[in-house]
Design a binder for this molecule. Structure first.
Ligand code: BGC
Length: 733
């Protein structure tokens, strides 16, 4: 039937007026609830758009030598995420504009990067941060790091690393918080809260990423990327503990690990990724694979090809494929072959979009561009870097009160390859740190002592090699000085990723230098800057004092100088045991009891490590009273209060960290000899005393987990242990 011109005109009019009133799609409405926005957007997306969201590309040059991916020259406007190696917000905005304007639905890109211990303001490495036992300070450092990160165009950091690590041959011990599950949980939560702030959509909040989920610290023999044999029991009692705590604290994302957990790689592990993380813990953010971890399922022997690798990782619960393009290439075919469903794709896409909505990326896709001078190294972040560096340093030995240096010291020898170092003390993963912002140890000492002492410098030797030609000069410098400060350590690439070592000892040349200096008869103060516990069996007897400074970041020089002068009283305590020799590994405080205590030990080396977890000295002395309990028996539902009085019996003010452990000597599943349940650090003035208090909640603090992660609490005898004093109490039904 032929339509009249009037009819056609009316239709046109109707269309025009309708178009003029087209309502904004729901997902673009910043006031709509996130869930409705996610649902609305997913319903509008085609398959290609959905698959792109599940992929991450890289942009810029990676300075992680283990992962040199091809620099991306072109990218689809609909890509889900980019690892952004740059720091220029204008560049990010340009890319984001491309995504917002050229992609059909205007979906913002999520920009991620590894901001591990600071961005331009570099804080101590994580293992050092844990020595502070000051989670509030760690949290503040993360808040500062988040701000610098966000202003550099990055919304998401691949941090914190909360892999419990008990084998210091593994280079990545530097990146986490040590050997204890509870400590990793506490510091992990502190950093998640620091990064994510009150709300992810706050202007300076960034999303955290818990890594490497899970069990990566257990790589056999400390060889990075290797197999990890983890029973379900250890998985639950050790490795899952920090993850569960950080997921509960609201961590937006997780990264699936490289390791193979007893035959099922972490990146293809339906149990950990879906049954536990998504179903039991109800995590509603997403999981990104580690770099190439999806295609590496082929190396790990569970996938025949990239297609099968994509299938296994996706089905297990990895939503985003880091840089690998395996999802991009294979998910459409897997869908066509009905091996995966559209509902599964929608679920995965929804999780990624949810994080983007929560971050406020749809409403504020661009980063404000401010000058570098306003975004980096602000006084507050530098102050935190200094405080955290000071609190991360651990006084390991101090014979005859060698430290603090007395006022009679007039000439100080500064010797060793780390004295003027600017790069290694930044530690690994400090991509955006700049050496011009680093205060060297020498600079710190010169400003602390320059007016009162003469400082005589000699390098002595390099960090490695056999060149002893600098020894004579070092000896001459030592001879004319009252005390020798010798600064040794590790290159930053000796720890971190793919940096396993068969021995924890420093290279022989460094040990020989100390021996040579010791022969001068001068007091020797050993300063150690390293990323892992060291084997100090030969060095320790040569030193009168030892300070472990880890890799302290930009502000290590003045922090150390303050400790040497006594301006700062050291308060760091180790979060990881220092074995006497490498052969003692594994050795950690929360081991189980042997069936014949005292027997079955190595015949050729002592049983005790050099320094246990929790060890660290002060310039003052603390004496502990007898711990008191509010009752000797309680019911499972009742609380118990434990208290201990601590006196500062020395001459200077100092901070003491009290570690509260519990022990359950008879349980249906055997338990570690002691387990840390709480810690608290307080400053106590000289001559003052204070009471430390631990409120024991039996279900939280005394219960144990079975191999399915189910917590149970048994009646019977328990001990609370503080400063090696054990007090018994009973739990009744
Ligand atoms: C590391 C991760 C890191 C990722 C991206 C991997 O090789 O294992 O910790 O986040 O690279 O840089």
């Amino acid at each position: 039937m032929k339509k009249s011109p009037l009819f056609l005109f009316l239709i046109l009019l109707l269309q025009v007026s309708y178009a003029g009133n087209i309502p904004k799609p729901l997902y673009k409405d910043s006031k709509a609830p996130v869930e409705s926005r996610v649902k609305d957007l997913v319903s509008r997306m085609n398959l290609e758009e959905k698959i792109l969201q599940l992929n991450q590309y890289i942009f810029g040059e990676n300075d992680n030598v283990n992962n040199i991916g091809e620099t991306v020259k072109t990218m689809p406007s609909g890509i889900g995420s980019l690892i952004f190696f740059g720091s220029d917000p204008a560049v990010r905005n340009q890319i984001q504009k491309y995504a917002m304007e050229k992609s059909r639905l205007g979906i913002p890109i999520l920009f991620g990067n590894d901001v591990i211990h600071g961005f331009r303001t570099v804080y101590p490495i994580s293992i050092g941060q844990a020595c502070s036992w000051n989670p509030d300070l760690v949290s503040k450092a993360c808040t500062m790091a988040a701000k610098e990160t966000k202003l550099s165009g990055i919304d998401w950091t691949f941090s914190p690393m909360i892999d419990v690590a008990r084998d210091a041959r593994w280079g990545r011990v530097s990146e986490g918080y040590g050997e204890d599950p509870y400590a990793n949980a506490v510091f992990g939560v502190a950093s998640v809260k620091g990064y994510q702030g009150n709300k992810l959509s706050d202007p300076y909040s960034i999303a955290a990423c818990l890594k490497h989920y899970v069990g990566y610290g257990e790589s056999e023999g400390g060889r990075d990327y290797h197999y990890s044999d983890i029973s379900r029991q250890s998985l639950w009692e050790t490795y899952m503990v920090p993850y569960e705590a950080c997921v509960k604290a609201g961590a937006a994302t997780l990264m699936s690990a490289f390791n193979d957990i007893s035959g099922v790689p972490a990146s293809a592990n339906h149990y950990t990724l879906t049954e536990i993380l998504k179903k039991r813990w109800k995590h509603d953010g997403f999981v990104v694979s580690d770099w190439d971890a999806v295609s590496q399922l082929i190396n790990q022997g569970v996938a025949a090809d990239r297609k099968e690798a994509a299938l296994k990782a996706f089905k297990a619960g990895v939503e985003m494929d880091m840089k690998d393009n395996v999802y991009l290439e294979n998910l459409p075919t897997l869908l066509a072959e009905k091996k995966i469903t559209m509902a599964e794709i929608d679920e995965a896409v929804g999780r990624i979009l949810r994080v983007k909505f929560r971050l406020g990326l749809f409403d504020h896709p661009y980063t404000p561009v401010v000058a570098e001078s306003e975004r980096y190294l602000q006084p507050e972040s530098k102050a935190i870097a200094g405080k955290l560096a000071a609190e991360s340093m651990v006084l390991l030995k101090n014979n005859g009160k060698t430290l603090p240096l007395s006022s009679s010291v007039k000439q100080i020898a500064l010797i060793g390859p780390m004295i003027n170092d600017k790069i290694n003390i930044l530690g690994s993963w400090a991509h955006h740190g700049k050496i011009e912002n680093v205060e060297t140890i020498s600079e710190g000492l010169r400003s602390e002592f320059g007016n009162s002492c003469v400082l005589n410098y000699a390098k002595g030797c390099d960090l490695e090699g056999n060149d002893e030609s600098g020894f004579d000069e070092a000896v001459a410098v030592a001879q004319k000085s009252d005390v020798v400060i010798v600064c040794l350590g590790e290159k930053r690439e000796w720890s971190g990723e793919n940096a396993s070592r068969s021995t924890l000892a420093l290279p022989a040349i460094q040990e020989k230098l100390v021996q040579t200096l010791k022969n001068t008869g001068k007091p020797v103060v050993l300063i150690l800057s390293n990323g892992r516990p060291l084997e100090l069996v030969r060095l320790e007897p040569l030193a009168d004092a030892i300070v472990e400074i880890w890799q302290p970041g930009i502000a290590g020089g003045s922090a150390l100088a303050g400790i040497l002068s006594g301006r700062i009283n050291p308060s760091g305590r180790l979060p990881i045991t220092f074995p006497l020799t490498t052969g003692q590994i594994p050795i950690y405080y929360n081991m189980r009891q042997s069936s014949r205590p005292g027997l079955g030990i190595y015949q050729d080396i002592p049983t005790e490590p050099l320094y246990w977890f929790g060890y660290g000295l002060s310039y003052t002395t603390f004496s502990y009273g007898t711990p008191k309990l509010s009752a000797t028996k309680i019911k499972k539902t009742e609380k118990l209060i434990a208290e201990v009085e601590v006196n500062n019996t020395g001459l200077v003010s100092g901070a003491e960290t009290v570690f509260w452990y519990i022990s359950d000597p008879a349980c249906s599943i055997s338990r570690p000899m002691k387990e840390l349940k709480y810690f608290e650090k307080k400053e106590i003035a000289s001559g003052a005393k204070t009471v430390y208090r631990f409120e024991i909640n039996p279900m939280r603090d005394l219960s144990y987990t079975d191999a399915n992660g189910k917590r149970f609490l048994e009646a019977g005898d328990y001990y609370v242990i503080v400063n090696n004093q054990r007090v018994k109490f009973k739990i009744e039904e």
